[in-house]
Design a protein around this ligand. Structure first.
Ligand code: NAD
Ligand code: TYD
Length: 343
């Protein structure tokens, strides 16, 4: 079987590529990635040596290139990770989010129809459900929760999800969608909360916590997310949406304190900065459906996962230090410079 993985040079896509190569050596994996600032070919360096892996640099919005690749590879399954993924960037510049996340999804689904793929899987997010209040810990997102987005990022992901359902209903495209909570683990770009705090703490730089740090996220180790997607594409029911999450809700400030503790760095590095615009308060997934229907359960507890993640960043300084230079520095100054000076 040939699986086309788009966005496989990014955080979750790369972890998925490695899981598939390891678990299903009989399958061929083709990775299509534009290598934006968030994509890194170095991340796939061990995969590139495998005879059943092929990397293609390209844009999912480029209809001709996408159709040519489908003609050549005739994929059985498409798993779409390719996206602009950072909320703060979407607040600065929504346009590219709408283009990649919605129009890119359309191009991939048009090609999937034309070449009659057996499954088109859309990797979505719990952020499409909007947020939950902090004072209602009894509420969780189920697959029936209405979509109600807050940021240009989540709106673009919700737009794509609606389009996926439309292609299923209108054209009978065999689709599935997964909506996962916040991931952490190896290869996450250091603009996201956990790797950013690890990288800054190691350099004893300020740890910029938005608002009061009371926002709650439901953290899942990336490998557990990838295992859930692996199950959905092989055993999931066409037309279905599956929520993925591990019932591991934590306040941002507590995560940052754990990182300080693990790295033996002082909490005085924590710096409260101006809040993110439209900042979602709480995400919490009810993963009962994927547990009931596919037998999925998370395997890595946060206490272990965060230790493994910190160790990975300590062991792979080259990987992220190369990233935390050049263009990223410009982004960092734009995003945090003024806020840190005001704090
Ligand atoms: P990421 O930003 O680390 O990686 C995105 C990848 O997509 C990069 O390799 C980038 O080069 C590639 N890409 C971007 N635009 C492209 C284009 N036009 N054509 C081809 N490739 C392109 O993102 P991630 O955190 O790995 O997230 C992957 C997917 O999972 C996204 O769809 C995201 O919405 C979803 N998701 C992420 C999380 C999370 O916590 N990170 C949680 C739930 C869902
Ligand atoms: P992030 O990793 O950007 O994921 P998302 O916004 O998709 O949930 O942020 C996780 C949480 O951490 C979110 O509530 C915003 C907060 N945050 C900070 O407090 N400081 C930071 O520098 C960043 C990047 C995030």
């Amino acid at each position: 079987m040939t699986i086309l993985v788009t966005g496989g040079a990014g955080f979750i896509g790369a972890n998925f590529v490695y899981l598939e190569l390891d678990k299903h050596p009989e399958d061929r994996i083709v990775c299509l990635d534009k290598l934006t600032y968030a994509g890194n070919l170095e991340t796939l360096k061990e995969a590139l040596d495998k005879p059943n892996f092929r990397f293609v640099k390209g844009d999912i919005c480029d209809r001709d290139a996408v159709f040519a690749l489908f003609e050549e590879e005739k994929p059985d399954i498409v798993v779409n990770f390719a996206a602009e993924s950072h909320v703060d960037r979407s607040i600065e510049d929504p346009g590219i989010f709408l283009k990649t996340n919605i129009l890119g999804t359309q191009v991939l689904m048009d090609a999937s129809r034309e070449y009659k793929v057996k499954r088109y899987h859309q990797v979505s997010t719990d952020e499409v459900y909007g947020d939950l209040p902090l004072d209602r810990p009894d509420l969780f997102f189920t697959e029936e929760t209405p979509l109600k987005t807050s940021s240009p990022y989540s709106s673009s992901k919700a737009g794509a999800d609606l389009l996926v359902n439309a292609y299923h209903r209108t054209f009978d495209l065999p689709t599935t969608i997964s909506r996962c909570s916040n991931n952490y683990g190896p290869y996450q770009f250091p603009e996201k909360l956990i790797p950013l705090m690890i990288a800054n703490a190691l350099d004893e730089k300020p740890l910029p916590v938005y608002g009061q740090g009371l926002n709650v996220r439901d953290w899942l180790y990336v490998e557990d997310h990838c295992k859930a997607i692996d199950l959905i594409i092989r055993k999931g029911e066409v037309g279905q949406v599956y929520n993925i999450g591990g019932h591991n809700e934590m306040k941002n400030i507590d995560i940052v304190k754990i990182i300080c503790q693990e790295l033996d760095k002082p909490e005085s590095l924590i710096t409260y900065v101006t809040d993110r615009k439209g900042h979602d308060m709480r995400y919490a997934i009810d993963p009962a459906k994927i547990h009931r229907d596919l037998g999925w359960l998370p395997e890595t507890m946060f206490a272990d996962g965060i230790k493994m993640t910190i160790k990975w960043y300590l062991d792979h300084k080259d990987w992220w230090q190369r990233i935390v230079s050049g263009d990223y520095m410009k982004y960092y100054e734009e995003m945090y410079g003024e806020r840190l000076r005001q704090a």
